[in-house]
Write a protein that binds this ligand. Structure first.
Ligand code: ATR
Length: 287
């Protein structure tokens, strides 16, 4: 049998979820591939939860270098990988897989993406913040990596959620990780009343997203130099951001978090670190 010689196969990566049709990740990665003139492919693949193990344990044989993982697989995927990196281990959830030394590796880049977005748009924002106290609205899956990143940057965290059991669980999680004095929960009804000493306000709920109810909050007590950011990016300027901007507060929209969380994965699969540019923002917004 003749051996196939040096036929360069395009590098392939994926995003898996169920459903997956809404994912904008292919727009991001395929733009980076094209702009760097790399021969590669990034594909979205619907993987039924019952097929997750089979998909994860065989993607390398099927020619993939790795990929992104989204809802509902972020937690379950950890059962099927070989190496869980510390951030994914702390958060019990992964969004990025890659092959290294024949092993399947998993990590979570959402917290990195959250911070890198603010770092890019408001450089030195946390170095110039002597207060470092954040209020986090929401205790769903999106809140954990954000809190994890902010704790690592030295923030003290107040968290509030409509369902108290979920915010309490997050407080317990991070206290168990050694952040005893740095995180506590407050009642959802109190969210407008605890803003006077906060230097950062983050919405991690779905409220304010097109088709969802509005996020009701009164920002009048928030100091005017406190940063306000929202993970919702549809609309790009949510009512929360509009209200903050009207008061003169600095704001950062949520689109950049999606773009920046994609950077480490692209670098692992395709070997080149990509940039988050205004052009990419436009492309994703119009996709
Ligand atoms: P995830 O997949 O991130 O876990 P989720 O369960 O939909 O998503 O959670 C999204 C966040 O939006 C949660 O904090 C949720 O609050 P609950 O834990 O009380 O459900 C919040 N959220 C969604 N709809 C809400 C509403 N009408 N009022 C207040 N919070 C809401």
């Amino acid at each position: 049998m003749s051996e196939q010689k040096n036929v360069a196969k395009p590098k392939k990566a994926f995003v898996i979820g169920f459903p997956i049709s809404h994912s904008k990740s292919p727009v991001i990665h395929n733009h980076w591939l094209a702009s760097k003139q790399l021969s590669g492919k990034y594909e979205k693949i619907a993987v039924d939860p019952q097929d997750l193990k089979n998909f994860v344990t065989s993607f390398a044989q099927n020619g993939y270098r790795g990929g992104n993982v989204t809802i509902p697989h972020k937690e379950a995927v950890l059962e099927h990988v070989d190496v869980i990196h510390p951030t994914a281990k702390r958060l019990k959830a992964a969004n990025t897989l890659w092959m290294e030394d024949g092993k399947i590796h998993a990590d979570n880049t959402d917290g990195y993406g959250f911070l890198a977005n603010i770092d890019q748009n408001k450089p030195d924002w946390d170095q110039n913040d002597p207060v470092k106290k954040a209020l986090i609205l929401g205790a769903g899956g999106a809140s954990r990596p954000i809190i994890d990143g902010l704790l690592a940057r030295g923030f003290e965290i107040a968290i509030t959620n409509r369902t108290t059991a979920r915010s309490d669980a997050i407080v317990d999680l991070f206290r168990g990780l050694g952040f005893e004095g740095r995180i506590y929960a407050i009642d959802w009804e109190e969210r407008s009343n605890v803003l006077s000493d906060r230097s950062l306000l983050v919405n991690t709920t779905a409220l304010g997203m097109t088709g969802q109810p509005e996020l009701e909050i009164d920002l009048k007590d928030l100091p005017s130099n406190s940063l306000v950011t929202d993970i919702v990016y549809s609309p790009l300027k949510t009512d929360l951001l509009l209200q903050a901007e009207k008061q003169g507060n600095p704001i950062v929209d949520g689109l950049g978090m999606l773009l920046h969380q994609a950077v480490p994965g692209f670098e692992k699969w395709f070997g080149s670190r990509p940039e988050v540019t205004d052009h990419l923002r436009e492309l994703v917004l119009s996709a």
